[in-house]
Design a protein around this ligand. Structure first.
Ligand code: GLV
Ligand code: GLV
Length: 363
């Protein structure tokens, strides 16, 4: 292979390795046992000669690493994530390294996890499961684990990009929820979808669903019963949910975060959960992963899972994979991306707030 490509983690399956070889790449997979590599670990992996790196969201791809990669002749970096807050794109540009992330392939899997957490929180599934396993169930009672009925309630989406739109569609269509969303860009397709679905319901004698594009985030927080966060993490979205904004939400609201931990002030959230026992959260991401802020793990009104939104199996028949493997489409994207970046067939992105983006449904 002409290009030396380093992957800082091993990925499921073997097909991707062959794909890289077919693309004239020599692959080296890091065998380090620790879960999270330091900058020093990665510099050692890059070594004297390295053309491209497939890296992870847990790694700090800043000035130091891009300088090291560039010094080793590196031209490309692919982040195995749609979120790229761990990548300093300006530093990459400065050192002539093209950067890629993986938008598109993680849309449905992330939206499905957000929907799962929404339902689990609404119906208190985790709490009820614990009750059952603890042997506390001694007979059916009308008031046992009364939760929220989603039908007719309002789902609020903050950041209606690919993932936020897919989640909105699931909640509106699946549970007949009304939609309120906030995004810098108008999501015309989403609006059209809700309108059409509302007409369908009406024609069948049911209460139609409605949509509203909020003019501010606070409007969503005040009006929605279930709120799911789908923005990128940057300076403008850091601690978007804080003590003040939490106070404006409904006492029995449900908050879901499958974006990035620091979008929520987790200390303020723990306090809010303590003060408002009927307020519930479903979290896939945390401010200081892998840690939780003190108290969060003890809250009955919190559901916490370890950043698993992209961890789903896909049956991808259109590719030549023969078995079910986790993240196949994601890995295939990474592999073709790093080789195309190296061969100059594509330019680096990421693009996230692309006004011309195509919503992941109704295509
Ligand atoms: C996962 O968190 C991702 O951004 O892909
Ligand atoms: C409850 O189990 C019911 O039948 O309503």
């Amino acid at each position: 292979g002409k290009y030396r490509v380093v992957s800082t983690k091993s990925m499921p399956g073997t097909r991707w390795i062959n794909l890289l070889i077919e693309q004239d790449c020599r692959l080296e997979i890091c065998t380090e046992k620790k879960t999270i590599l330091s900058v020093e670990d990665i510099i050692a992996l890059i070594g004297d000669k390295c053309d491209g790196v497939i890296g992870q969201l847990t790694e700090d791809w800043g000035e130091t690493l891009f300088a090291a990669l560039s010094k080793a002749g590196g031209k490309a970096f692919s982040n195995m994530a749609v979120g790229y807050n761990n990548v300093d794109v300006n530093a990459a540009n400065k050192y002539g390294v093209a950067v890629g992330n993986t938008p598109g392939v993680l849309t449905e899997t992330t939206a499905e996890l957000a929907a799962s957490l929404s339902l689990a929180a609404a119906r208190r599934i985790v709490e009820a499961d614990g009750f059952m396993r603890a042997g506390l169930y001694d007979g059916w009672l009308p008031h046992l684990f009364v939760g929220n009925l989603l039908k007719g309630q309002t789902v609020g989406v903050i950041g209606a990009g690919r993932i936020g739109s897919a989640y909105a569609r699931m909640m509106v269509e699946g549970f007949k929820m009304n939609l309120i969303y906030f995004d810098l860009y108008q999501s015309t397709r989403l609006e059209k979808f809700v309108t059409a679905y509302g007409q369908f319901l009406k024609a069948n004698g049911e209460q139609p669903v409605t949509w509203k594009r909020a003019s501010s985030m606070s409007e969503v927080l005040q009006e929605a019963d279930v709120i799911s966060l789908h923005p990128v993490l940057d300076k403008t979205t850091y601690h978007l949910i804080n003590k003040e904004s939490l106070a404006t939400m409904k006492k029995e609201a449900i908050l879901i975060n499958c974006s990035r931990g620091p979008v929520v002030d987790e200390v303020a959230l723990v306090e809010h959960l303590k003060q408002n026992p009927m307020f519930r959260v479903g979290l896939d991401v945390f401010e200081d992963e892998p840690y939780m802020k003190p108290g969060l793990g003890e809250m009955k009104n919190a559901i916490v899972v370890p950043h698993i939104a992209s961890a789903s199996k896909l049956e991808v028949t259109k590719y030549t994979f023969t078995r079910h493997q986790s993240n196949l489409e994601l890995i295939k994207t990474l592999v073709s991306q790093i080789s195309s970046l190296l061969q100059g067939k594509i330019k680096g992105y990421p693009v996230w707030h692309d006004p011309n983006r195509v919503d992941p449904f109704l295509n």
